[in-house]
Design a protein around this ligand. Structure first.
Ligand SMILES: *Cc1c(COP(=O)(O)O)cnc(C)c1O
Length: 365
């Protein structure tokens, strides 16, 4: 069976440099928010083309503190897509924000300026733009709509590190961006980790307080709703080894996704991944109105699949009801049709061939 992913094959499991870094951190006696985190923050900010990066404990925490730094409080209205796995919704609901969902573009499955404009209200405080599957939303158009209205634009770059034009990577266009280094992400830690990036010194300072109890200095709590969401030094040291490899691994991901696109060109099965040019192929997502038949035929051909994501946010049992009802027809239909197939840099040529052939033969059926 070709697995959807296999993290044990990744460089991180084998690299002597990782063992060296782990030794270095363990023998340093400094384990949380120290020199490794600071160095990673500087390197991440340079890579993303922004002034500030702040290391955190997870991507969900990054979304949560991004909301808070952007001024969201209980009852603030926030707008987001409903097809992005529920992470932003969980983070916003955790603060007590009111959720409003915007529909997505039928081809890219991303928010657009138009779908956002259709749901903005007088009370909207922030919009979350998720660069889903590693595709790139047109954040600039969304910023141009939101900024004059005083609405913050938060980019969710958990699936899209390095995507976008060089010099204008995703995460550098909105006001503030959340990143995740969960092990399956394109830059993965050996555990949970995340970061916020921004060009705005005020927002960066707020996040630095929020990640550590609301402190300005030790034991001085000067900001409300602080929490403990610090990055740990082992993760930072491991991420510093992975960061310079991201662009090369992205090329490999893109090459795999390109094979699938080629095999399915002109067929009934749409490849969502790569519908925007500067994508990073975090997941290879295809779309079919006969999804269960497609999944079954891939399974018979020895190819694992998964659905990202089966339940849109507005249909989740334990997320708050949306503050306003909006038309989410494209989102609902996509949730019935999307299917992820294996796409990770360590796939063998044999495995890529097997997935490509299985997709091609399914598309002829
Ligand atoms: C993984 C993910 C997150 C959450 O990151 P964690 O580090 O797992 O908390 C947020 N948004 C998106 C789009 C993700 O894929």
């Amino acid at each position: 069976m070709v697995p959807l992913n296999d993290l044990s094959r990744a460089w991180v499991a084998k690299a002597p440099e990782v063992r060296e870094a782990v030794n270095r951190v363990l023998s340093s006696g400094w384990y949380v928010l120290g020199p490794e985190t600071e160095a990673f923050e500087a390197e991440l900010a340079a890579f993303m083309g922004v002034k500030h990066a702040v290391g955190l404990a997870s991507g969900t925490d990054a979304l949560r503190v991004a909301f808070l730094a952007a001024g969201c409080v209980p009852e603030s209205e926030v707008v987001m897509a409903a097809n992005a796995g529920g992470y932003a919704a969980v983070a916003a609901a955790n603060i007590g924000c009111n959720l409003v969902y915007a529909d997505v573009d039928p081809r890219t499955l991303l928010l657009t300026k138009e779908t956002i404009e259709a749901v903005l209200g007088d009370r909207t405080r922030a919009v979350v733009v998720t660069h889903l599957f590693g595709n790139v939303a047109d954040t600039q158009a969304i910023v141009d709509t939101c900024r004059p209205l005083g609405i913050a634009v938060i980019e969710d770059c958990a699936q899209s590190i390095g995507a976008g034009d060089v010099g204008r990577r995703v995460g550098s266009v909105g006001d503030i961006a959340a990143m995740s280094f969960y092990p399956t992400k394109n830059l993965g830690a050996a555990g949970d980790a995340g970061a916020v990036i921004t060009d705005d010194s005020r927002l960066a300072a707020a996040v630095r307080q929020l990640r550590q109890y609301g402190w300005t200095d030790k034991y001085r709590i000067d900001r409300e709703r602080g929490w403990n969401t610090r990055m740990d030094e082992l993760q930072a040291a491991i991420l510093r080894i992975g960061l310079p490899k991201v662009d090369k691994l992205t090329k490999q991901r893109r090459a795999i996704a390109a094979r699938y696109r080629e095999a399915l060109a002109g067929s009934q099965i749409q490849v969502v991944t790569g519908e925007t040019p500067d994508h990073v192929a975090h997941l290879a997502v295809v779309r079919s109105d006969r999804r269960s038949a497609l999944a079954a035929s891939l399974k018979d051909a020895g190819v694992a699949t998964a659905v990202h994501y089966p339940v849109p946010d507005h249909r989740q049992n334990a997320l708050p009801r949306p503050a306003r009802l909006t038309d989410l027809a494209v989102t609902d239909r996509a949730a019935e049709e999307v299917l992820s197939v294996p796409c990770f840099p360590e796939m063998t040529a044999f495995e890529v061939d097997r997935v490509t052939d299985a997709l091609a033969s399914a598309s002829r059926r």
